[in-house]
Design a protein around this ligand. Structure first.
Ligand code: MG
Length: 503
């Protein structure tokens, strides 16, 4: 076989496996959006079987032989940049998967799929003991996974690496320590501020049908393509992509709160536009996949916060909001509205948190997970540890496990090592946004006129279309001229909130 034929065969194999992955993703989307409760047990088995088949295909001798031939081409420097990326990323994943047995992969998939509904029940009843046996099992399996995969310094590295490739626990610990110091002291200044903001002016009675219209209008205006996507409802909002032409997002609605569902929709639309911006010609290879969860989250945060909680965005949308919901908004002044949507106040639920305290939620989960995986603490200790840390960082007492340790879906899905990527997303987005402001003339003026296209195209050209061609850090350097630097996020927070709170 010539080099070209060999590589073509390699891509065909990858594409076949990607189709299987997409089928699993559709089953998962259906489970979260439409499936009746009783379907859970069999769905768990179906998904676990398909994941097992996929794993077997991936680590099969045939595929390994093919991969080794490509490796030879790579070692003798016969691959171009795109091919190098495809090989590098598949080899990375292959080396990881090869260390895990099919039985282990199936067991983990099945436990996690079943645990989803158990967690939902435990959360509803605020009873940690319902979830505990499953969580113990998941922690045990994730510790095993870290051992199988291997790590240099910290077992948590082995898990983190799935979500934020090439990033280490140590690097994150350093960034988070600095951030924690800044956030805690800045929060104190906000508490002492004489500016009192009343977020209750945002409360009202907002019929769901009208909210759906508003969410669709905003998502479409900022660039989510409804011909290549859907917006639905689920308990835990998320984005999933089957390919760039079919990207699904969800949100959730509450009658008395329009802002939460709208912010969620903008957030998920940001994720979705990343997926819609990927080149179809790269489907099935790492060039058609996002870089990391941190970079993915940067695309949601940049829209949700930097755009969607900013003055220019609302200069354009506030009159439309007033028209849609004259009560209460026709009576509210723009500046009061802007302050209300940005008011800072420690609260229990991460997904409802403001831009400042949000990161403390993440830092806390990172610290807990790290110790859970290295064995310093056990699953049964979690409520106690959670509540104590929460009191220390936020200064408020957690009233129940559903508002505390049970609030997030992640652990039930085995997603340990995932949380830090949320905060990394904030740092990446701050750095990207700063560069976009330099690159695009009058960027924020454009937002206030309802013009979002140029910004969206900038994100697409600089980030989306590259797929995994660059690592997260290489991309940040390429786009912004320097390595990841949390100073941009800290500057952004200081500037924005010093103005709001007159600090
Ligand atoms: Mg997100």
């Amino acid at each position: 076989m010539s080099k070209e034929e060999l590589f073509e065969k390699f891509k065909e194999e990858l594409e076949e496996m990607t189709h299987l992955k997409m089928a699993i993703a559709i089953l998962d989307w259906d489970q979260q959006v439409f499936m009746p409760k009783k379907g859970a047990e069999m769905r768990a088995k179906t998904i676990a079987n398909l994941i097992g088949i996929l794993h077997e295909k991936f680590v099969a001798k045939d595929f390994e032989n093919l991969l080794l031939k490509i490796k030879k081409l790579s070692d003798s420097k016969k691959l171009n940049d795109n091919e190098k990326c495809i090989f590098r990323e598949v080899w990375r994943e292959f080396s990881r998967e090869k260390k895990m047995s099919v039985e282990f992969v199936r067991e983990l998939a099945e436990v996690c799929s079943t645990a989803h509904n158990i967690w939902a029940e435990a959360k509803k009843k605020s009873d940690f003991s319902i979830f505990l046996p499953y969580l113990k099992k998941i922690v045990e399996l994730k510790r095993k996974e870290a051992k199988f995969v291997g790590f240099k310094k910290n077992p948590y590295d082995a898990l983190l690496d799935t979500y934020e490739p090439y990033m280490t626990t140590e690097e994150i610990s350093v960034i988070f320590e600095d951030l924690k110091k800044f956030l805690v002291s800045f929060l104190k200044k906000i508490k002492k501020s004489k500016v009192k903001i009343n977020p209750d002016i945002l409360k009202g009675n907002f019929p769901i049908k009208k909210q759906i219209d508003l969410n669709r209008l905003v998502a479409e205006k900022i660039g989510f393509n409804f011909d290549a996507g859907r917006l639905d409802v689920s308990a835990h909002p998320f984005t999933t992509s089957f390919n760039a032409q079919d990207v699904r997002i969800t949100t959730k609605y509450a009658m008395d709160d329009f802002l939460n569902s709208l912010s969620t929709t903008i957030h998920e639309a940001g994720h979705a536009m990343y997926e819609q911006g990927i080149l179809m010609e790269n489907f099935g290879t790492p060039l058609g996949e996002s870089i990391s969860l941190g970079i993915h989250e940067s695309q949601s945060k940049i829209w949700e916060n930097f755009v969607g909680k900013g003055k220019p965005f609302w200069k354009y949308f506030f009159p439309k909001l007033q028209k849609k919901f004259p009560h209460p908004f026709s009576q509210i002044k723009f500046d009061d509205f802007y302050e209300a949507i940005n008011h800072v106040s420690p609260s229990f639920i991460r997904t409802d948190a403001d831009e400042i305290t949000y990161n403390l939620h993440i830092i806390m989960r990172f610290e807990i997970e790290k110790e859970l995986i290295d064995g310093s603490i056990e699953a049964e200790d979690l409520p106690k540890i959670w509540n104590a840390k929460f009191q220390e960082y936020f200064g408020i007492k957690v009233p129940s496990d559903s508002l505390g340790v049970l609030q997030d879906v992640h652990w039930s899905g085995g997603l340990i090592g995932y949380f830090p990527t949320y905060a990394l997303g904030n740092f990446y987005s701050a750095q990207f946004y700063q560069t976009a402001k330099k690159d695009i003339k009058d960027l924020e003026d454009k937002f206030s006129k309802g013009q979002f296209g140029q910004f969206r195209e900038w994100l697409k050209a600089n980030i989306h279309i590259h797929g995994k061609l660059y690592s997260a850090n290489e991309l940040v350097k390429k786009v912004t001229g320097e390595n990841l630097n949390s100073k941009y996020f800290i500057d952004y927070i200081e500037n924005k909130y010093s103005e709001i709170y007159n600090i």
